[in-house]
Structures are given as C-alpha cells and as structure tokens.
Design a protein around this ligand. Structure first.
Ligand SMILES: Cc1ncc(COP(=O)(O)O)c(C=O)c1O
Length: 397
C-alpha cells in the first residue's frame, strides 16, 4: 500500500517530472527484468537452498549455483571465490576484520594497515575498529584530484604492513583510483589488497586478477538489482575468519539461510549491466559532460571536486561558492533529488571533500549529481536551469 508521502511524490513526478532524479549513486531502482527473474523465487520456488533432501531445495540450490557462476564469469573468476553477503558493507567488514584477525591469530600480534582517508565509512569504520583491537592504521590523503600516487603509498609501508584497502571508485566524487600501480607497489612488499568496488561493479570494467586484487566487495543495489545482497570476491585460500557462526553456508564464512531471490536478482542485474556497460558508459559520460558545460556557462565559478579524467561517467560533484549549504539543499529539494555526498554521512560535512582540502563551508555547499539509465538531455537542461535559479536567488544576483 502506498502511503501519502509516496503518493505525493508520484503525483508530483507525473505532473511536472519533478523532482529530477540525480541520486543514482546512493541507490538504483530494481529493473523490470530483475523483478521478473526474482518473482518465482518468492513463492512457487520458495524452498531453502540448503534443503538438499527436497526436490525444491535442490532446484533453489541449482539456481543459486547458476547465479554464482554468472556473476563469477563477469569477473573472470571461479565461482568458489564468491561469498554472498548482505551488501558491500558486510563484504568490507568480512574482508578487513576477517583477514586482519586471521593474520593476527597466525602471527601472534596485530600489524599495520594502509587505507585512504576518502574511503566510504563501510571501510573506514571496520578499520578503526581494528585500531581498538591493537592494529595500526595509516589513512593516506590523496592529492587535490582525489587520487593516490604510488610514491605516497611507498612512503607509508612499515615493516609489518600486511593489508591495504583502496576503493575502486569513490562514491562521492567518482574518482577511479590508479589501482594497477598501487597494487604493484603492494605486491612488491607482499601486502594484500582489498578494494571496495561497490560503485564500480557493473559501471566500469573490473579486471580482478589482472589488477592482482586479493579481495573486492560488490553490491547489487548500485546496478539496478535488489537491496540487501552483495558479495566478497576473494582469492582462494587466503587467511580469513568469519564474523558470524552458524549453519556453515558460504564456505563457513557467511552462515545463514541463503537469500535465493536476492541472489537471482543480483545475477540478473549484473548480467544486464555488463551487457550494456559500454552503451551506458558512453551515454552517461556525454550527458554528464554536457551538464558540466551547461552549469559552467550559468555559474562560471563552480569548482569541480576530483579528477575529471579518472572518473565514473555518471558522477559530477561540484562546490558552489558563496551559498549556504543548508539553504541550497532546502531550495533544491522540491526540484532535484541529489545529495551532498554519501547517503550514509548523516548530515556531517563530507570527510571526502575535507580530505581534498575543501573548507567545512565549501564542503557544505557541494552537491553530488549522479546520473542513471533514465537520465535524458531534458533532465540535464532542467537541472541546470533549476540550479542556476536557486543559486542566483541565494546569492542575491
Ligand atoms: C563505496 C561504497 N561502499 C559501500 C557501500 C555500502 O554498500 P551496501 O549498501 O551494499 O552495504 C556503498 C553504498 O552506499 C558505497 O558507495
């Protein structure tokens, strides 16, 4: 049943197409094909995939096996390397806490870990938990373009560095880290590398083994799949301890009843995203570039946050000087659905923008505009006009 708030939003959108949707990096809707692929597994085929004695259980298990194979083949890895989780947050926690604790148990003492100050909290918070458990953590500040250089990384290694975590693509500023060279530097020191690829998987090519990544975290709801499902993809036989104990599912690393419909939806969403990846990349890149050109024409002093060259095609993050952040968002809200950064940052100034050297005021008056499959050139034109009007009003032009 639709509640009143939902009805209001639908009514507004059907009347005048507002608010324009520019928040596809926080999540995406489930595509129709994904919903159809999942449908039978909510009712007719509702069996537990671990009930191997039952015919329906075997059917559910076979469907999960196929889905695992489909996602694995998109990443060019064997299916056994996938551990299904509730999303990228859990995959990050499992990789970071699970591997670090296993290493400490093996070596008898905790060691040193390296990461980026611009990581998502789903990486920073588990790593900060590891500090409380005796590990040492270095959070490196990238350059003003949001990218970490190999030289900066090399300086940070310590005698007992055993793990590094660098996100594939940033959720706020969209920058794509130069992982090939960062991983190369880590391999020279026998340091394992985890990458949070929640924003990259299904949007840009990911070559896990060619890059030499040991662990990557992926999520379904960023690519038009269901919420509540993701995966840790890890190299075989790396030391890792589970975070939970129970029924032994997912190679004893993620016990609990397997969410069959979500896994089927995840595989379908991934298949579709990879099938049309180049088309979407090209279209969204052109629209995003047009948005920036149009915005710059109207508001010449906007600052773009992060590198434009190494960036997801559907992301733009800009700082608008001289306007109050809270008023900017209040005025934009009826017309544009966008965000100030991570959907999870709960109103605090963006730690990503602060790490890039922006002041609190600048970070507050920054907006992330993220485009999706349905974004049209009309949306770009309307968004430019709305932002221009609001900014002019707030600046008293
Ligand atoms: C970079 C990054 N990591 C992790 C997450 C969390 O993913 P999930 O919602 O699948 O737990 C997100 C989503 O907001 C993200 O953008």
């Amino acid at each position: 049943m639709e509640n009143n708030a939902m009805k209001q939003v639908h009514l507004q959108r059907s009347n005048n197409n507002y608010p324009l949707l520019f928040d596809y990096q926080s999540t995406t809707p489930c595509s129709q094909e994904v919903l159809e692929a999942m449908a039978p597994y909510w009712n007719e085929l509702w069996a537990n995939a671990s009930s191997r004695q039952s015919r329906f259980g075997l059917m559910a298990s076979a469907a999960v096996t196929l889905a695992r194979e489909q996602i694995a083949s998109l990443l060019n890895v064997v299916p056994e390397r996938l551990i299904f989780t509730s999303g990228a947050t859990e995959a990050n926690n499992l990789a970071l806490l699970g591997h670090a604790r296993a290493m400490a148990a093996d070596k008898g003492s905790p060691g040193h870990i390296i990461t980026l100050a611009t990581e998502h909290h789903a990486v920073l918070d588990p790593l900060r938990q590891l500090i409380r458990e005796g590990f040492r953590l270095t959070e490196l500040y990238p350059g003003p373009d949001g990218l970490l250089s190999k030289d900066q990384l090399v300086e940070a290694f310590e005698e007992d560095t055993f793990l590094a975590s660098f996100m594939f693509a940033n959720n706020e500023i969209g920058v794509i880290q130069p992982l090939a060279e960062l991983v190369e530097a880590c391999k020279e020191k026998e340091v394992l590398v985890h990458s949070d690829a929640a924003q990259a998987f299904g949007h840009i090519p990911i070559e896990v083994d060619k890059l030499g990544l040991d662990f990557i975290s992926i999520s379904s709801h960023k690519l038009y799949g269901p919420k509540g499902i993701g995966s840790l993809v890890m190299r075989s036989e790396l030391p890792i301890l589970p975070l939970h104990w129970g029924g032994g599912q997912e190679q004893n690393l993620r016990p609990g009843t397997i969410p069959v419909p979500l896994i089927i939806g995840f595989a379908k969403a991934a298949e579709l995203a990879f099938r049309d990846l180049n088309i979407h990349q090209e279209k969204l890149g052109l629209l995003r570039d047009q948005l920036l050109i149009d915005l710059r024409q109207k508001i010449p002093d906007i600052i773009v946050n992060g590198s434009m060259e190494n960036r997801l095609p559907h992301n733009l993050n800009i700082t608008i000087l001289g306007v109050s952040g809270s008023r900017l968002f209040r005025e934009l809200r009826p017309f544009i659905s966008c965000s100030s950064g991570s959907a999870c940052s709960a109103g605090k100034p963006s730690h990503v923008l602060l790490a890039l050297g922006r002041t609190v005021k600048e970070a507050d008056s920054s907006i992330r505009l993220s485009l999706g499959r349905d974004t049209s050139i009309e949306d770009i034109k309307k968004a430019t006009s709305v932002i221009d009007n609001v900014v002019s009003r707030l600046r008293g032009d």
